[in-house]
Design a protein around this ligand. Sequence first.
Ligand code: MSP
Length: 530
Amino acid sequence: MKKKFYITTPIYYPSAKLHIGHAYCTTLTDVFARSKRERGYECYFLTGADEHGLKIEKNAEAAGVTPQAFVDNIVEGFYKLWDLLKITNDDFIRTTQDRHVKVVQDIFSKMLEKGDIYLGEYEGWYCRFCEAFWTDTQVGVDHLCPDCGREVQKAKEEAYFFKTGKYVDSLLKFYDDNPNFLTPVSRKNEMINTFIKPGLDDLCVSRTSFTWGIPVKENPKHVVYVWLDALTNYITALGYGSDHPELFKKYWEDEDTEIIHILGADITRFHAIYWPMFLESLGVRKPDREFVHGLLMMRDSKMSKSKGNVVDPYPLVERYGVDSVRYYLTREINFGSDGSFSPEQFVERVNSDLANSYGNLLNRTISMIGKYFDGIIPEYKGQLTEFDGALEAMIDFTIEQYEKAMDDLKITEAISYVNELVNRANKYIDETTPWVLAKDEAKKAELGSVMNHLARAIYVASRLYHPVLVVASDKAFEQLGLSSEKADYQNIKDKHLLDNLQTVKGSPLFPRLDAAIEVPFIAGLMGSNK
Ligand code: MSP
C-alpha cells in the first residue's frame, strides 16, 4: 500500500449556503483522512470554494454586492460549518486567490501554445444552472438538462475549445490499465456509453457572456470557463506551477502518494473525462482513484441549493452534537449509493447504535468495574472464560476487516464492522453473566477477565469509531483511564493495554432521544436553508 495520501472534496460553489449534502461529502472525506492519519500515514486533505461563474455573478447582482463580497460572505459560512463538523482539512483553496488565478492563466497559455486549445464558435444547449453545454442527444426532445432537469437554451458565442479528440484513446487505455480508477465501477461504463461512445465534443473552456472569471491573458474579453478553472484547484493548491512546488512534489508527483478525489455523482463526467485529459495535456500524472458517492435525496428529488429542498446542518449539529450527525451520514447512507435524509432514521440510528449499543456498553462496563474492582481494570490473564476466545477473535477480525474496508473507501462497511463488535461485546455480557460470577469468590479471576475483555473491546471499538465519533471516542478513552498517547492506534493490538487503569465514571455519551419530540423537530428543519 502507498504511504502517503492526498484526498480532496469537490470545491463547492458559494452561490448559497451549504446543505447537508455537501456536509455529507466533506464528512466522508474527513473520515477517510482521519483514519489514515490515525494509522500513521501522512494524509493531506484539501477542500475549497469554486467562486467564479455566471450563477455567482447573478446572485451577487441580485444581492446588490460585488461578486467578491458575495463569495467572501458565503465562504465565511463554509469555514464555520467545517469547524462545527470538526473537519480536519489541511488547506482551503478559493479559486479567486492569486495562487490559483495566476496558475490557471499559465495553464491556459500552455494549452494554447501546445495547440490543445483553439478559438472557435460554440453553439449548443446551455444549462445556466449547471453552467454546462449539452449535446442534442443529451437534452433529448424536451430540451432538459440531463443533470438538473431544467430547460436548456440554445446558445452561441465565440469561445476557446479544448481538443478532447486528441486524448480519447489514451483516456480509454487509462481506464483499462487502471480498473480501480473510478469507483463504483458502474460509473466507468456510464462514462463510456453515455459520453465517450456517442462522440465526445471538444470542450468549451472560455466564455464571453459574463465577466466573473479568470481572464484569458491572450484575449481578455474571454474568461476561463469554470470547469478548467475549477478542476485545476487540485494542483494549484499544492503549488503546481508556482515558486513553491514542494507540496506538489510530495503529494502529487511522488508515486508513493495515492491521489484520491471524492465527488458526487453529478460531477463525475468532469472529473473522469476532462480532468485526466487536462492533466495529460499538461504532462502531469493522473489521480489514482475517484470515488463517486451517491446523492442525498429529499422527498424523492436531489437536495439542491437551487431547488431549496435542503436540510441545514447547523441546527442539527447544535442540537444533537457533531458525532451524531457525522455518524448518521457515514453509517446510514451507503457510501456509493443514493440515500435519503429521514428524521425517523436519524433518531433511530442515534438511539439504537450510539445510545443503546455503544454508549450503554461503556456505561455498564465502567459501572461494573467500579462495583467489582473499585474502578481498576483487572489485568489481562489470557482466556479465562469459555467466551473470551470468541471475543478476542472478533476483535482481531474487526480490526482486519475495518482496515481493509477503509483502505478500499468502503467507509459505511468499515463502520458497520465496528457496530458488530459492539453488539458482540454486549452479547458477551449476557453470555458471561458477570453479576452471577460476582457472587462467587472463586470466580473472581473469571470476573476480572470479563472486565478486561470488555474494556478492551470498548477501547478497540472507540479507536475504530474515532474518525467518525471524534468527541465521544475521546470521552470513552477518558472513562477507561487511557491517556491519548496510550490510546494511540499503534497500541490497538496490545492485550495488556488496559491493565490496571483507573476508570473514571462519566455521563452517558449519547443520551437517548425522544422520538416523539425529535422527529417533528428535525422534520421542521427540512426545507429551510435560511
Ligand atoms: N463547483 C462544482 C465542483 C467543482 S470540483 C472541481 C460543484 N459544486 S457544488 O457545490 O454544486 O457541488 C459540489 C458537490 O457537493 C457535489 O458533487 C456533491 O459531491 C456534493 N453535493 C451537492 N448536493 C448533494 C446532495 N444532494 N447529496 C450529496 N452530495 C451533494 O459542483
